[in-house]
Design a protein. Structure first.
Length: 278
C-alpha cells in the first residue's frame, strides 16, 4: 500500500495530570509504532508533566488542516485517557491555539488565527443606573441560593464566554441553564424535591404569575420540547442546539430569577417599613 504524501507537521502540547512521565516510555513508540503510522506521531517528554506531540498529515485532506488536526489529536487524547484511566489533556497554555502548524515542503510555520465569526446578537442595550440598583438589591438574596445554582450558572457562563474553533458547547449551555429553571422552580417556588412536579403546565403557571406574555409562554413550549428530546439524552439524534436556543434558555432562567427574587426583595422591604412604622 502506497503511503500518502505528507505535507503538514503539527505540534501540540499535552499535560499529564495523573501520571509522571519517563522518556524511556516513549522510545518504543517513537521507533516502532508512531513513526510507521499513516499519520506519523511522535512523543517527546518536556518535563514530568508536559509532552510535546508531533504528528504529520497528508497533502490531501477532507477538511481544513486545523479541523483535521483537532480531530486526530482528540482521537489520540481520548485513547490515551481510556487506556491509562488517567487525566491527560491539552495544556491550558495553548488556548485558544491548540497547535503549531508547519508546511513541510517549505518548513514554514502556518499562521493560525483564532477568529470566531458566528453572529451572537444580544441586542444593543445600554447599561443604566436602574440595572445597578437592581444588582445591589439582588446581591444579598442571590448570595443565599444553594451552591448548585452557582455551579450550573458558572459552567454555562464559562462555556458561553469561551468560544473555541472546535466546539460551541450550546447543548451544555442549554442544559445548565435549564437545570437552573427546574431547580429554582422546584426548591424556591413550588417547594418540592421532585422534578416530575415541574412539568410544562407548572412552568407556564409560574411564568404567567410572574407577568409573562402569551408569546413568551409559547416560546417555553419549544424549550421544554428541546429539553426532552436532545439536550438531556446521550442518544439524541436531533439537530445540534443553536446559539439562539441556548441564549433563549439563559433569558428564561434569568427572567425567572429576576422576577421572583426582586418580588421577594420588595416584599421584604415592605415588611421592614411596616415593622418600622409600628
Amino acid at each position: 500500500m502506497i503511503k500518502p504524501v505528507l505535507k503538514w507537521k503539527i505540534e501540540t502540547l499535552i499535560v499529564s495530570y495523573s501520571h509522571k512521565l519517563d522518556s524511556k516510555v516513549f522510545e518504543e513508540w517513537n521507533k516502532n509504532i508512531g513513526s510507521n503510522l499513516d499519520m506519523p506521531t511522535l512523543f517527546e517528554k518536556i518535563n514530568e508533566q508536559n509532552i510535546r506531540v508531533t504528528f504529520h498529515l497528508p497533502e490531501k485532506l477532507n477538511a481544513d488542516v486545523y479541523k483535521k488536526s483537532f480531530r486526530m489529536a482528540t482521537i489520540l487524547l481520548v485513547s490515551f485517557n481510556v487506556a491509562t484511566l488517567g487525566h491527560i489533556w491539552w495544556s491550558p497554555a495553548l488556548w485558544p491555539y491548540k497547535f503549531k502548524i508547519y508546511d513541510l515542503p517549505s518548513n514554514q510555520k502556518v499562521t493560525t488565527k483564532f477568529i470566531f465569526t458566528e453572529k451572537r446578537d444580544w441586542g444593543s442595550r445600554v447599561l443604566e443606573e436602574e440595572d445597578l440598583r437592581k444588582t445591589a438589591i439582588l446581591f444579598p438574596i442571590v448570595a443565599k441560593l444553594d451552591e448548585k445554582f452557582f455551579e450550573f450558572y458558572s459552567i454555562a457562563m464559562t462555556l458561553l464566554s469561551s468560544p473555541t474553533i472546535e466546539h460551541s458547547f450550546y447543548q451544555e449551555i442549554f442544559a445548565n441553564f435549564y437545570k437552573i429553571i427546574e431547580r429554582f422552580a422546584a426548591t424556591e417556588i413550588v417547594k418540592t424535591q421532585r422534578l416530575k412536579d415541574i412539568n410544562l403546565n407548572k412552568l407556564k403557571e409560574i411564568y404567567k404569575d410572574l407577568g409573562s406574555s402569551d408569546e413568551f409562554l409559547e416560546e417555553l413550549n419549544g424549550l421544554y420540547q428541546l429539553r426532552g428530546s436532545t439536550v438531556m439524552h446521550s442518544l439524541g439524534k436531533d439537530k445540534p442546539v443553536t446559539f439562539e436556543e441556548a441564549g433563549k434558555c439563559k433569558i428564561f432562567a434569568d427572567f425567572l430569577l429576576h422576577k421572583h427574587l426582586l418580588k421577594r426583595a420588595n416584599e421584604g422591604l415592605k415588611q421592614m417599613r411596616e415593622e418600622k412604622d409600628l
